[in-house]
Design a protein around this ligand. Sequence first.
Ligand code: CP
Ligand code: NVA
Length: 314
Amino acid sequence: MKHLLSIEALDQADIEGILSASVTVKQQRGHHPRQPLAGQAWALIFAKSSTRTRVSFEVGIRELGGGSLFLSANDIQLGRGEPIKDTARVLGRMVHGAVIRTYGQTDVEEFAAYSGIPTINALTDEEHPCQILADLFTFQEKRGPIRGRIVTFLGDGACNVANSLAFAASRLDFELRIAAPAAYQPSPDLLRRAGGKVYCTEDIRAAATGADLLYTDVWVSMGKEAEAQARIDQLAPYQLNDALVQLAKPDALVMHCLPAYRGKEIDADTFEAHAQTIFDQAENRLHVQKAILECLADSASLGSGAVGAKQCAG
Ligand code: CP
Ligand code: NVA
């Protein structure tokens, strides 16, 4: 594995390899036997806001022996129109890896192709792979394998988090129910690419019934601010609240990738009742991303076209 660009690009063995490495990384926090990023500098290029992703990558890189440079896209020439492929070719000669949060999925892919250094998608409009890997890890930590389980996603079913969940469903063989208004359901193209057991419905009660995991995300993703009021109005019936939790399995988990807007996608009482899981999810971003960084570290030699990626799969 040279890059982590999407869940779509991973297979079952890749995901299971990362989840299994994450168990060890979490157990060894504070006493790592090795520092795989020693002597390395990683660039964090962010065109959108972040708390969890930024902090977990900065801390994770440091704990693995490396250093990070936070580059707000607006503060570098990228923000003034320098092409991604030129930025990538410059950074590829100076840093050992890159973590990118931006709008277009193709921008992250282009950066990876031109830089020659390991590149991690830290959220695009299309996918949020690090989030979903941490969520899968959190489920597994609390409930065991997710294979054969029922996951219900409520709200904006066409957002990056829902998309990455859809790709994960076929890779790890769980059922994903997406409860969303028709206009906020994944596109037929995405459903075709995802494959597996992904079902879309406008019936939130049917979707929640018997679920092992209820999951939601903000209704107004970054970049969609101009549609905020329309989204809030149209998604209002899809709030994750106690009435839905009551329909799920008695030990169902409730997850939220955060930040949360209480009274919108989740009600305040449900959020607080499940805060332990939700903040474990947030913490697990650190452990899982350290496992990803370890996995990519061996490809992180300077200069374009680095080869010799360590295989995390298996
Ligand atoms: N869940 C998540 O990615 O949070 P941030 O936007 O704070 O990084
Ligand atoms: N779907 C949200 C996720 C935030 C972590 C967004 O893109 O803003």
